[in-house]
Structure formats: structure tokens, C-alpha cells
Design a binder for this molecule. Structure first.
Ligand code: 5AD
Ligand code: SF4
Length: 476
């Protein structure tokens, strides 16, 4: 067992003025053809940042000759890209790791790797070392570019490798990608988070906020356009603080979005936005540029000013609703979605009612809703709570009923309308039906000729359901 570095959450909390380095990705020349004739399987948990990281890991593996499988028994390498945001996400991963033990007994050459946010926590490493000894490779979010080096050692020297780095992190450019979709793809514009919402582990697991230089972003988008991509989603934990870490501090997210929308890309989306940094300039760019989609995910977390303060969100309910108002005025057709946590320590029924009130006023067309989960190492972990699990679940249930009305309303308003859909392929649940998304990010199942796959077409909406729309192609 080689443990090169262990995580340290206290160190991960530190933020210095040290300049972020941009380094080039390179593979050591002795690492060649590791995967010829071999298969890999990756299971991805959590947010889009993890999905994007998985595409990089796949790119690295495929550059070595590995091919993908979704059958455990056929796999030579199984990697779990983990999420640490809530306890149940972590429990799922430990459940999976337990299940993999028996596969390793049948095939002792099977390599099991754990990556992503969970390894950034000390407790995960302790647990893997004591109870999940069948795991061969563990690395975190800051050293994905080193993965092939670990794999090489495991395959050639039959050792186990653990390396997790808790420093602030650099930016690695020109990483390989094996993208999941052919017509839409992720583009990281920044990494890490400096917000330190008191409940959230992300600033510890993904490090300091680092923005990618615009030249690299534009280069990546141009390459995607050349490959036929129609839609990009710009990714960051808080895209609205893009560029604040540049020494010059003269190039904002609104500037980046404006510049990218001048390229020949048909659709641009972005996620996630922190309400406190959402500027009027940004609203203007979304309103002005037809290829910036009228869909904004704007996590609010709570409607109670007391709770928002305890969460360190840095805005009030009134300020949030004022922002929403300005957005609706300038972009009347926009769809808004949000994230909400219920059961945060000290949240009372009155606080919760404030949240319901905000949900009604903001007219969300969807929301990810969560019961608060205590994350060791975060400030809120020490806040006392008198909310029972049953109370929290009851609030979640009541909130979801309201949120579902928003989903249904958000779809209903497109009934009998003609909308533009990027047809992504056949529906996951019914392979005789095509599916895609509208500009407002609504899922549409549609009938039409196969030749529309990969195109943006006009679709007449004939029916709306709570979670999706139905329609048929009216033009190509
Ligand atoms: N408990 C519950 N939900 C959380 N989120 C982040 N941390 C926690 C936590 N400790 C939610 C927030 C965030 C989304 C990605 O996950 O709503 O916006
Ligand atoms: Fe977590 Fe807050 Fe950063 Fe979002 S903005 S990743 S909720 S700390």
C-alpha cells in the first residue's frame, strides 16, 4: 500500500493569495497501452462537475486503449466517482463498494478505484483502509490528471495507491475528454468554491475558486463546434464569480458569456448561479443574445432571512425576489429553477412557511429539494438542531407538492405552442420515440424522422405532463 498523501479538511478550508498556476496535461512516456484488450466501468454520483470529471477520466482510459462496458462481470477496472454533498450520497457509495467485494473475489485482477469528493474527507480514507481493503486506487478532485500514474503502479507493481491533495489546487489544461453526448457537452469555466455556505462541504472537497483563462475556454468551445456540438453548458459551482480571482479583475462572467455567444454555437447554458453575484449586465446578455438559453438555475436554499443568514448565503428573501423580478422583466419567457434545503438547524415552521411563500412568489418551474444533511468539518455541523427527521421529511413532502405544481405549470404553458427542440436521440424509456430539450430546458418526447437527431427543429407541443412534453416535428 502506497499512501502518498492523505486529506486534511482543516487545510482544505484555508485560502491564500497564492497565484493559481495553469499547467499542461501530460502523460509520462512509459505509460502506454495500459488498457489494450481491457474494459472499464465508471459509476458517477453527484453533480455536473463530477459528470464532467468522469468524461476526463474516460478520455484518459480510452487514450490507453481501454473500452467502456456497463457489465460488472466484464470489467477489468471499476471506478466510482463519488459525491460528498449529503450523507445518503455517501452511503450509496459504501453500499456499492461492499457489493463489489464479491466480484473481486471471483476476479482478483479486477481493479477498483474511488475518485471524486469523498476521498477529500479524512473519514472516507479511514473507512476504506479499515473496511474496504479490496479498493486499489483512491484519488481526489485535485489530482485527476495523475490517475494514469496510479493505475500504472497498480497494474505493473501490484501495489495499492492512495493520493489525496488538500491544497488549493491548480488548473490543468488540455485534459482528454470522452464526452457522453454527441450534440451537447459540458465546459468547465471555473473550479472550486469560496462561498462557504455553512452547510456545504464543496469548498473543502473542491478547493479554492479558480477561473480558467478565457483563451482556453474559447479554444475548447471552438473544437466542440468543429465536432458538431450544438449546445454547451458552462460549469462552475458559482459561475457568477467567474474572473474575480484574476489579478486584473476586468473580465466577468457576463463578458465571457457575451464573447462565447459570438461564436457559432447554437445554444449556451450555464450552471450554477449564486444569487448574490447575479449582475444586471448578466441579465442583459441573456436577454440580448438569442443563443443564450432562457433558463436559469438559481439556488435559493431558504425563504427565511434568519435561516439564510445562518447559512451564510449573503442575501435576503426580499433581495432574491427583487432579482427574480428583474430577471422576469428583462427575459419574460425565462424558466427559473432552484435548490432548497429544509430542516436546516433552528428552522421553525414559520421559517418554512417563508420558504413556501418565496416558492409561490418566484414561480419556479422546478426545484431540487433536500433535507439538510450534517457534514462533518462544516460550521453548521456544530449548530444545534431540534428538528426531528419526521418533521424534516414532512416539510420536504409539503414543499415537493408545491414544487410539482410549478413543474406542471412550467410545462403546461407550452401546450399547443411551437418550440425549438435539440433532438438528442431516442428516448431512454421508449426507443421508438425521439427525445430532446426545448430552449427552456423542458424534456420533450416527440415523433419524427430519425434524420432530425442532432438538429434543432420546430416541434408542435400536443400534450404536457408534469415531467415532460409530447409533440411532433413540424419543420427541419
Ligand atoms: N445538506 C443538504 N443539502 C445540501 N446541499 C449542499 N449541501 C447540503 C447539505 N449539507 C444542496 C444545496 C446545493 C445543492 C447542490 O445541494 O441545495 O445547492
Ligand atoms: Fe456549496 Fe454554497 Fe459553494 Fe454552492 S455556493 S458549492 S452551496 S458553498
Amino acid at each position: 500500500m502506497d499512501i502518498l498523501n492523505r486529506p486534511d479538511l482543516r487545510m482544505a478550508r484555508k485560502r491564500s493569495k497564492k497565484k493559481v498556476e495553469t499547467v499542461e496535461y501530460k502523460t509520462d512516456t512509459h505509460i502506454r497501452n495500459l488498457g489494450v484488450g481491457k474494459k472499464y466501468l465508471i459509476q458517477t454520483h453527484g453533480c455536473q462537475a463530477n459528470e464532467a470529471d468522469t468524461e476526463v477520466i474516460k478520455g484518459m482510459l480510452e487514450s490507453q486503449g481501454f473500452t467502456e462496458t456497463n457489465i460488472i462481470e466484464d470489467s477489468d477496472l471499476i471506478l466510482i466517482n463519488t459525491c460528498a454533498i449529503r450523507e445518503n450520497a455517501e452511503n450509496k457509495v459504501f453500499g456499492e463498494l461492499g457489493r463489489l467485494k464479491s466480484f473481486k473475489k471471483i476476479n482478483p485482477d479486477l481493479i477498483i478505484a474511488v475518485a471524486g469528493c469523498m476521498p477529500q474527507e479524512e473519514a472516507t480514507i479511514e473507512r476504506i483502509l479499515s473496511k474496504y481493503k479490496h479498493v486499489d486506487i483512491v484519488f481526489g478532485t485535485h489530482n485527476i490528471d495523475r490517475f494514469l500514474n496510479y493505475l500504472y503502479v497498480v497494474m505493473k507493481e501490484h501495489k495499492k495507491m492512495i493520493e489525496v491533495i488538500s491544497e488549493e489546487g491548480n488548473i490543468v489544461e488540455h485534459l482528454p475528454h470522452a464526452r457522453d453526448h454527441r450534440y451537447k457537452g459540458w465546459v468547465n469555466i471555473m473550479f472550486g468554491c469560496d462561498e462557504f455556505c455553512t452547510y456545504c462541504i464543496v469548498p473543502y472537497t473542491r478547493g479554492k475558486e479558480r477561473s480558467r483563462r478565457k483563451e482556453f475556454i474559447i479554444e475548447e468551445v471552438k473544437q466542440m463546434i468543429a465536432k458538431g456540438y450544438k449546445e454547451i453548458t458552462l460549469l462552475g459551482q458559482n459561475v457568477n464569480s467567474y474572473g474575480l480571482d484574476f489579478e486584473e479583475n476586468d473580465y466577468s462572467f457576463a463578458n465571457l458569456l457575451d464573447d462565447l455567444s459570438d461564436l457559432d454555437i447554437e445554444r449556451i447554458r450555464f450552471t450554477t448561479s449564486h444569487p448574490k453575484d447575479f449582475s444586471d449586465d448578466l441579465i442583459d446578455v441573456i436577454a440580448r443574445k438569442p443563443n443564450v438559453m432562457p433558463y436559469i438555475h438559481l439556488p435559493v436554499q431558504s425563504g427565511s432571512n434568519k435561516v439564510l443568514k445562518k447559512m451564510n448565503r449573503k442575501y435576503t428573501k426580499e433581495q432574491y425576489l427583487d432579482l427574480v423580478d428583474r430577471i422576469y422583466k428583462k427575459i419574460p419567457n425565462v424558466s427559473l429553477t432552484t435548490d432548497i434545503i429544509v430542516g436546516f438547524p433552528t428552522e421553525t415552521e414559520e421559517d418554512f412557511q417563508e420558504t413556501l411563500d418565496l416558492v409561490r412568489k418566484a414561480k419556479f418551474e422546478g426545484a431540487y429539494t433536500f433535507v439538510y444533511s450534517r457534514r462533518k468539518g462544516t460550521p453548521a455541523a456544530s449548530y444545534e438542531s431540534n428538528i426531528t427527521e419526521a418533521e424534516a421529511k414532512d416539510r420536504l413532502h409539503r414543499l415537493n407538492e408545491l414544487v410539482n405544481e410549478g413543474y406542471a405549470y412550467g410545462n403546461k404553458r407550452f401546450e399547443n405552442k411551437i418550440v425549438k427542440v435539440l433532438v438528442e436521440g431516442y428516448s431512454k424509456t421508449n426507443t421508438s420515440v425521439l427525445s430532446g430539450h426545448t430552449e427552456n430546458n423542458k424534456l420533450v418526447n416527440l415523433t419524427g424522422d430519425e434524420s432530425v437527431i442532432g438538429k434543432i427543429v420546430d416541434v408542435k407541443i400536443t400534450k404536457s405532463k408534469t415531467w415532460s412534453l409530447e409533440g411532433h416535428v413540424v419543420s427541419k
